[in-house]
Design a protein around this ligand. Structure first.
Ligand code: SF4
Length: 72
């Protein structure tokens, strides 16, 4: 799996090579059916976008968790 911005520190989610149907996307985080790190909440609700100081945002509960751990 390619990580689009490796400097973000988001762990490789090992998403494989299969893609969801774009006409019928999965509920919650659209990566949850093939994400080895998916949590029960990932299939129910999409992660909230977290803004980055450098611009843009990240939408992944792992990143949200990593940010909280850094702040603690
Ligand atoms: S929010 Fe992150 S951990 Fe959860 S399914 Fe999506 S990519 Fe995986």
């Amino acid at each position: 799996m390619l990580t689009p911005e490796p400097e973000l520190g988001v762990p490789d989610a090992h998403l494989g090579i299969a893609f969801p149907n774009p006409l019928d996307p999965p509920s919650g985080c659209t990566f949850h059916p093939r994400c080895v790190h998916a949590m029960p909440l990932c299939s129910r609700t999409a992660p909230r976008p977290i803004p980055r100081a450098a611009g843009g945002h990240v939408e992944c509960r792992l990143y949200e968790q990593a940010q909280a751990d850094r702040a603690a």
